[in-house]
Design a protein around this ligand. Structure first.
Ligand code: NAD
Length: 367
């Protein structure tokens, strides 16, 4: 087969390596398979603390640049989440480009599993948006380096109750700071997004006697929830108009932005959604200036990661829950650092994660 030199020329106007160097990514793997149509990117950000564990996202990205940006951003986030949660894990993530409803097959997912296997344990995959436990079962046929398996296969099953437990503790740790007590009885909490995590959180809050407000795009889910729990349904476009104590974003990310932060009527923001601040360097300080306490999302929603981490040594939900308990104390400690150093809580959390990576990295240099 012949090919001209010109065919191999790539667009170098946006050099990828400058991006990788800026945030110190270790390795990016591009995987393609003509037979199944698989196009995947695995980004390993940092393995100082252990193998990079991060979910496999499958999404019909508009273009390759969007897919690369997503996998870079998400893998770096995993490094921080694992570090702050005290896990011996690094940060990594994988994306597959394409529509999950059209492209997926057994061979497709197994081929991805073979690429994971080739990395020899440097990357461990898991479920994410667009992939399921069934996909993880196919991947498992080709590699040991997969988590998020169903319970009958020794996996942890749905991680959402563990995530909700951590988020609940995050809320309580913030309440202790703001109200002097971590008892949420009578506190007005708005849960935005009552899916797997939000629904479990509503359960925990109702057991504690909180006054619960809920918003969601899914009317049917709201109706079902209101039949089971004492909750007040708030239309989405009115959710920032009501006076509450705690706003808990448990749906999409980037819900805190220039428009709504000046209008928030709450004392605490603490929820499960990833990347709640549209721009952390702008909106972290903006919340701080308004005197609103923000619980860093990657810290309090780490229960899901802790759950899959527990699978690596033989899954046990009690251990996953017990490990997640630490979120309360870590949140308290971050609030203290943020106060002492007069910095936003997200910055205090980043500092704590970086400090652990730095210190453990140093002890690994010597025997
Ligand atoms: P889910 O899909 O089960 O629930 C999401 C809910 O949000 C659904 O009820 C959906 O109808 C609702 N929703 C969607 N768009 C909305 C909008 N614009 N406004 C209001 N509601 C909207 O997801 P989940 O597993 O509960 O996860 C919730 C969030 O927590 C996500 O951001 C996820 O990335 C994050 N998270 C989840 C876990 C986990 O263990 N499931 C772990 C860490 C982080």
């Amino acid at each position: 087969m012949t090919a001209t030199l010109k065919e191999f020329q790539v667009d170098t106007s946006n050099l990828l390596f400058s991006k990788l160097t800026a945030h110190d990514y270790e390795q990016i793997v591009f995987c393609q398979d003509k037979i199944t149509g698989l196009k995947a990117i695995i980004a390993i950000h940092n393995t100082t603390l252990g193998p990079g564990l991060g979910g496999l996202r499958m999404y019909n990205y508009k273009n390759e640049a969007d897919a690369i940006n997503d996998v870079l951003r998400l893998s770096r986030g995993m490094t921080y989440k694992a570090a702050i949660s005290g896990l011996n894990l690094g940060g990594a993530k994988a994306v597959i480009i394409g529509d999950p409803r059209k492209l997926k097959s057994e061979a497709f997912m197994r081929k991805f599993g073979r690429f994971v296997e080739n990395l020899n344990g440097k990357y461990i995959t898991a479920e994410d948006i667009g992939t399921t436990t069934r996909d993880m079962e196919y991947i498992k046929m080709e590699t040991e380096y997969v988590t998020g398996l169903p319970e009958i296969m020794g996996g942890g099953g749905d991680p959402s109750p563990v995530t909700a437990h951590g988020v609940h503790l995050g809320l309580k740790a913030c309440a202790k700071e703001v109200f002097g007590s971590d008892n949420l009885h009578g506190k007005k909490v708005l849960v935005e997004g009552i899916g797997k995590v939000g629904g479990n959180l509503v359960h925990l809050l109702s057991e504690e006697g909180a006054e619960i407000y809920v918003s969601d795009v899914n009317e049917e889910a709201l109706k079902n929830l209101a039949a089971e729990y004492k909750v007040k349904v708030v239309p989405l476009d009115e959710r920032f108009n009501i006076d509450i104590d705690i706003y808990s974003p448990c749906a999409l990310g980037a819900t805190l932005n220039d428009e709504n932060i000046p209008n928030l009527k709450c004392a605490i923001v603490a929820g499960a959604a990833n990347n709640q601040l549209a721009d952390e360097t702008v909106h972290g300080p903006a919340l701080m200036e308004r005197g609103i306490l923000y619980a860093p999302d990657f810290l309090i929603n780490a229960g899901g990661l802790i759950n899959v981490y527990t699978e690596l040594n033989g899954y046990n939900r009690a251990i996953a829950m017990a490990h997640t308990d630490a979120i309360y104390d870590v949140t308290r400690s971050i609030i203290k650092t943020a106060k002492d150093e007069n910095i936003p809580t997200y910055a205090a959390a980043n500092k704590m994660a970086e400090k652990r990576i730095d210190e453990i990295g140093k002890i690994h240099l010597t025997y």
